[in-house]
Design a protein around this ligand. Structure first.
Ligand SMILES: Cc1cc2nc3c(=O)[nH]c(=O)nc-3n(C[C@H](O)[C@H](O)[C@H](O)COP(=O)(O)O)c2cc1C
Length: 334
């Protein structure tokens, strides 16, 4: 059966064989098979985060379950590359498992993906690399990725040390690259999707907007906090170590911010606050004051807990209406 045609067809809908020009980025702890399967079934592309699983075997099982949910292998994995090679050992295992199982798409992020591209390309995996500067976008294109996601400073997770806004990235990066470009950071509405296309992007990436989806396993109290959050409810932390994160502005983030304001560079002082298990516990218990919880300014657009398909349909309906409204604008004839 052929999938329905995209209402907004771009190079990204063609590249990922999806109905909507929307990628849903990796969400550590949260982007597992249920959520990613729902994203793919709703007509967008999602990426499973391998570290969300307790073991390699559980990750492999998660891939198989996603294939069952989607009826095939047309979904993605997120491969977060560290600048320190010794930290990429797990990544190599994740990549090998994904390739063995037959996963068709990958979102690389973090450090440059060059070392991993030959294996991915040899396996026929389509790769979109996520980065925060024009320079890294050009380098990724040169290295052979199929598409690039460029993030603005509004983004949850790692918004880049230079903190360039999305509207600048969107006007800057697509016209400098030959490969399709996806704009991310702060996006959660159809009107922003049309704006991204107007800037020259071929699609958008969303993360924070999707954290409240019904298929995301996190505790309802966490989701309620995201829904209440306004556009100023996040904070950029850990810049003192040269790799910052945009997170929910909670008690932990403020404690981290206070250490940074004091100029403390001893990581051991931060470790008790930023440990990964605290994030997981926060999602499990709903105690959102605990841990540094990635979240971007687009949390303001998360207005209710709803199925992925409903969120994406609402965004696409608005995008099509906005496109038509703009197409109907007529300048005064002189
Ligand atoms: C809760 C959460 C966890 C994230 N975990 C990851 C991750 O493990 N790997 C990654 O590449 N990006 C991660 N990100 C970033 C997203 O994939 C995406 O780049 C970002 O959310 C886009 O900006 P937005 O939040 O404004 O939509 C995470 C974001 C959030 C909100």
């Amino acid at each position: 059966m052929n999938p329905p045609q995209p209402s907004l067809r771009t190079r990204i809908t063609d590249l990922f064989a999806i109905r909507h020009p929307i990628l849903c980025g990796g969400l550590n702890h949260l982007a597992i098979h249920d959520y990613v399967g729902a994203v793919v079934n709703a007509g967008a592309m999602g990426f499973i985060t391998p570290r969300s699983y307790a073991s390699d075997a559980a990750f492999r099982d998660g891939l198989k379950r996603c294939a069952e949910i989607t009826g095939g292998w047309r979904f993605g994995v997120n491969l977060y590359v560290s600048a320190r090679p010794e930290q990429n050992e797990a990544l190599k295992r994740f990549m090998a498992i994904a390739i063995e199982e037959g996963v068709r798409y990958a979102e690389t992020a973090g450090y440059r993906p060059d070392a991993f591209l030959p294996a991915l390309k040899a396996a026929g995996v389509t790769v979109v690399h996520k980065c925060t500067t024009l320079r890294h976008a050009l380098a990724a294109e040169k290295a052979g990725v199929d598409a690039v996601t460029i993030l603005g400073m509004e983004a949850g997770g790692h918004p880049g040390m230079r903190l360039v806004g999305g509207i600048v990235q969107g006007a800057l990066v697509p016209r400098a690259l030959g490969v399709p470009v996806v704009l991310g950071g702060g996006i959660g509405t159809g009107r922003q999707l049309v704006a991204a296309l107007a800037l020259g992007a071929d699609g958008v990436l969303m993360g924070s907007r999707m954290t409240v989806a019904s298929e995301v396993w996190a505790h309802p109290d966490y989701k309620r906090r995201v829904i209440e959050a306004d556009e100023g409810a996040t904070r950029v932390v850990m810049g003192i170590f040269g790799d910052n994160s945009r997170v929910l502005d909670n008690r932990t983030a403020r404690e981290v911010g206070a250490l940074e304001a004091d100029g403390i560079t001893d990581f051991e002082r931060y470790r008790p606050l930023v440990r990964g298990p605290y994030q997981r516990e926060a999602y499990e218990t709903g105690d959102w004051e605990r841990g540094t919880l990635s979240l971007g300014q687009s949390c303001v657009f998360a207005d209710r807990i709803a199925p992925v398909a409903e969120i994406l349909e609402e965004i696409m309906a608005e995008a099509v209406a906005v496109r038509d409204r703009i197409a109907a604008l007529n300048g005064r004839q002189s």
